[in-house]
Design a protein around this ligand. Structure first.
Ligand code: ARG
Ligand code: ZN
Length: 898
């Protein structure tokens, strides 16, 4: 069954106060609820008389109303609900006056492999309630617009579970004489049940304090298993940075006396923003140099900040219904991206985010699961925690800032938080606050929330010498997506500038303007076809368009390769310098691919090599201390577009052709610039202790990029250098980079070294679960032949556990998403393998099973042979009886939409 936004109705009943008592035991948990309820006074007609509570996978022991136990004929229970059909008849007074409903239920967290609701991870009890997990804990109105005050008492064996946590403040505790103890927590803020959390376990913690702008003293605690106590410092520092940043940039302070983070190893997603008690996947909180790569350090910082920022964008102001999910997720991703930009290199952060968006979100938008930022229907909401809701949602918020300006954006967010504090609202409420605070009309802009698909924009420039004018002609369109054959034009903010021959920024005067004094403008593109004419332009300029990627569109500008090379070195916008380098490489590779496909030779346009040579010169000068350009940016400029990005751009994805061309280009660049890469590698060595700061990260990325090019040379020396880095490096970034290169080397002598490295690595790190995940991923993503057999063997390895989502992602997910040549092997064995794993997982963890489907949903993008094989696997899955709603939705949409 499909749920529609248009069917939204306000809740018939409200819950003002929720009291919960959990008795945790080894075979079952008893949950006793006391809900202070009343009929919703806002209900039109005020006639609702049927109380329907959500609940599943539990045993109901008893129900009582105002302290009176109900008899079996007074209510009905089915697989998904508890219904009291005529509540007025059971009450002495009108339901508006309020009543207390109490339930006692039994659940089995030990057997809960879905990792939704209350479950066990190792020896610890924990919860994940978003989106609809609370209904697996007790009967409730499980919807975000029902907000209550919670009081939670946890009772458990004191020796096994010395730490008992829930939201808010601990207000009472005590001991029972049977070895059990109890703690009562009270959360003073009203919240929907999806923000409820409970943790019980033998946990250790590190502690710190933070004083808010207004002087509130906040205790900060991070709880982990004892062995991980040495990996919490980075998360704690990130948390304090995030708390300060939200005060300074958004004027938002923390509001409780204690803020807790708990790390759990079995977790479906990255982390969860439960009020005052965030629960994290260990992969998003634990970090130390010996075990954690730079990328993972940055992810910890970003996710800690993301969850913390939700305290305002999500918790204080929450969503009315799940169609509004991007209200909190898009805004919060935007907030965490800006935070990371301020903590590290702003341009590099933007480059990384745009690369991800253009590769993965654009692909989603072009596939069968394509949906708007505010969807209008879903079967299973868990399937809508997507790149569109999160990353495109963040782009939509960023565009609003482009359109209203930074100052108005802050006014708008102040108004939004002030006006809606304590409420459950919609994306419309967000846009309206921005509109009212800024005075900017966002009427047409709202289409970004309702229309799916990636807009395509064509731009061409024309210089009129006699008139001294430069004319930009723009057109926009958006391809059809499931359920949306026709699109209305979008309101697109196009940030741009014009460069003169010397690279100088020209003044931009539109008709009627004399001296605007502006060298950069945000053009409002609103029509299907539109023209902008700039006056007093002395000579033909080179346009710099979509600066900072000011809108999530596919831009086709008719720039030639010389113009791209000009922009690469001269543009004042760092993002566009990088983008020009990518476009140059993409164009060259697409040309080679076309020739390759026609049986011709691959000939690389030498301008690509010239461009790389120039960047390398800067990089070497920089490493020698000239420091003119950001090293992290240089590493980005030297990175070729990924196979995944080239695939996304292709009409029909030629898996092997794309791989061959990219390898050919990388090999050629390595050969032509071998000396410079070798010099750069040496210059980027450092004796300084590891630090996960912007400078250190940049240096290591440049160093490992140089090593990657060197490893392409048909020489033994780089192999030795690489193996030495593998054995000698004191940090995981360098060790991991070297291990990957050894495993992927095509040199005959490398095979033995790679085997030794893999064995040594496992022997050394077998007790560090997160490091073992990397070990799985390195092997699963190896482009050499026989990788699928290796992956299958690893499924049987002592360290693999199909119940642990991180293990599944690092082995099965890495193979099917990060290893195009092997996954898409024409034997079809990769597809078959994935389908088998999905079917097995669906019985255990439907959310993870549904996510694994993603690569198969893209079947229409491939050639006939692969299409047929992929489709057959989807059909095999579809034919399986008793599929979860999660998998059913993705499979059926993949097979039906065209
Ligand atoms: N709200 C969480 C976050 O973005 C994600 C939780 C998603 N949970 C789920 N079961 N889909 O920070
Ligand atoms: Zn979030």
């Amino acid at each position: 069954t499909t749920i529609y936004l248009k069917d939204y109705q306000v809740p018939t009943f409200l819950i003002d106060r929720t009291q919960l008592r959990f008795e945790l035991e080894e075979t079952q948990t008893r949950v006793i609820s006391r809900l202070s309820m009343r009929r919703n006074p806002d209900l039109i007609g005020n006639t609702g008389n049927t109380l329907r509570l959500d609940g599943q996978d539990m045993t109901l022991v008893s129900v009582s109303l105002n302290g009176q136990a109900l008899s079996a004929e007074q209510y009905q229970v089915d697989d998904e609900s508890l219904v009291i059909a005529n509540i007025s008849a059971l009450l002495d007074q009108s339901p508006e006056q309020g009543f207390e409903l109490s339930c006692e239920t039994l659940i089995k967290p030990q057997e809960n492999t879905s990792l939704e609701g209350l479950y066990k991870s190792h020896t610890m009890f924990c919860t994940q309630c978003e989106a609809e997990g609370f209904r697996k804990i007790t009967y409730y109105l499980d919807r975000p617009d029902v907000m209550a005050m919670f009081e939670t008492t946890i009772v458990a064996d004191k020796r096994r579970y010395p730490v008992l946590l829930s939201n808010g403040n601990a207000i009472k505790q005590g001991e029972l004489d049977d070895g059990r103890h109890w703690v009562t927590w009270e959360d003073p803020f009203r919240k929907p049940c999806y923000l409820f959390a409970l943790v019980a376990g033998d946990l250790k913690s590190i502690e710190d304090r933070f004083t808010t702008q207004s002087g509130r003293d906040v205790m900060l605690r991070i709880f982990v298993e004892e062995k991980d106590l040495d990996k919490c410092d980075h998360a704690m520092q990130s948390l304090k940075n995030a708390m300060r940043w939200d005060e300074q940039v958004y004027g938002r302070e923390y509001d409780l006396d204690i803020f807790m983070i708990v790390a759990v190893d079995d977790f479906n997603m990255g982390a969860m923003e439960n009020k005052g008690l965030n629960i994290f996947n260990t992969s998003c909180v634990l970090a130390k140099p010996e075990t954690t790569t730079d990328t993972a350090f940055q992810r910890v910082e970003a996710v800690v900040a993301h969850e913390y920022f939700h305290n305002w964008s999500g918790n204080r102001v929450t969503c009315r219904d799940w169609f509004q999910l991007s209200l909190k997720e898009g805004f919060t991703v935007f907030r965490d991206a800006e935070f990371s930009a301020d903590m590290g290199s702003r341009t590099v952060k933007r480059v990384e985010d745009v690369t991800f968006l253009r590769t993965a979100q654009f692909a989603e938008d072009a596939g069968p699961m394509s949906h708007p930022v505010r969807p209008d229907s879903y079967m299973e909401i868990s399937n809508f925690y997507t790149l569109t809701i999160y990353e495109k949602g963040a782009e939509v918020v960023r565009m609003i800032r482009e359109l209203v300006g930074e100052e108005n954006f802050r006014k708008g967010s102040d108004l939004y938080f002030e006006r809606h504090d304590g409420q459950a609202v919609t994306t419309e409420d967000f846009v309206r606050a921005m509109e009212e605070a800024s005075g900017v009309d966002l009427q047409q802009f709202r289409r970004w929330y309702t229309q799916s698909g990636t807009p395509v924009m064509h731009v061409s420039g024309h210089y009129n010498e006699p008139a001294q004018t430069y004319e930009l002609s723009l057109s926009q369109s958006c391809p059809p997506t499931p359920g949306q054959p026709h699109k209305e034009p979008f309101h697109i903010p196009l940030r741009m500038g014009l460069l003169g021959a010397g690279g100088n920024e020209l003044e931009l005067n539109l008709p009627g303007e004399k001296h605007s004094g502006l060298t950069e403008r945000v053009l409002n593109v609103t029509e299907p076809v539109q023209r902008f004419v700039f006056h007093n332009i002395p000579a033909a300029p080179v346009p710099s368009l979509l600066r900072g990627f000011s809108a999530p569109v596919k831009l086709h500008a008719d720039l030639d390769r010389d113009q791209l090379m000009f922009l690469m070195t001269r543009d004042s916008d760092g993002f566009n310098r990088w983008n020009a380098s990518q476009e140059l490489a993409v164009g060259v590779m697409q040309e080679m691919l076309a020739s390759h496909q026609q049986g011709g030779e691959m000939v690389m346009d030498s301008r690509l090599s010239v461009a790389v040579g120039e960047v390398l010169q800067h990089a070497v000068a920089d490493a020698q201390g000239a420091n003119e350009l950001d090293q992290a940016m240089l590493a980005q400029l030297l990175s070729l577009p990924s196979e995944a990005y080239l695939s996304e751009l292709a009409e029909e994805i030629d898996v092997d052709g794309i791989h061959a061309v990219r390898e050919h280009v990388a090999d050629a660049l390595a050969a032509e610039h071998a000396a410079a890469f070798a010099q750069l590698y040496q210059l980027c060595q450092s004796d300084e202790p590891y630090r996960a700061d912007a400078a250190g990260i940049a240096r290591r990325s440049l160093k490992n990029l140089s090593l990657a090019y060197l490893m392409r040379l048909p020489e033994p020396k780089p192999l030795d250098v690489c193996f030495e880095q593998f054995t000698g490096a004191g940090n995981m970034t360098d060790v991991d980079a070297a291990l990957r290169l050894l495993v992927n080397s095509r040199q005959p002598q490398a095979a033995a070294l790679a085997e030794k490295a893999l064995a040594d690595f496992y022997a050394k790190w077998r007790h560090e679960s997160l490091v073992v995940n990397q070990w799985f991923t390195v092997q699963a993503t190896a482009s050499r032949q026989g990788t699928l057999q290796q992956v299958k063997a690893l499924m049987e390895h002592e360290a693999f556990d199909i119940r642990n989502p991180n293990k599944v992602r690092s082995l099965i997910g890495a193979f099917s998403n990060g290893n195009p040549v092997n996954f898409h092997d024409l034997s079809g064995e990769g597809y078959q393998f994935l389908a088998e794993q999905i079917l097995q997982l669906d019985g255990l963890n439907p959310q993870i099973a549904a996510r694994l489907l993603t690569p198969l949903t893209r079947w229409r993008r491939y050639g006939a042979q692969r299409q047929k094989l992929m489709k057959a696997e989807l059909e095999r899955i579809a034919a399986q009886a008793d599929l979860s709603r999660d998998v059913y939705e993705v499979v059926s949409k993949s097979l039906s939409a065209s």
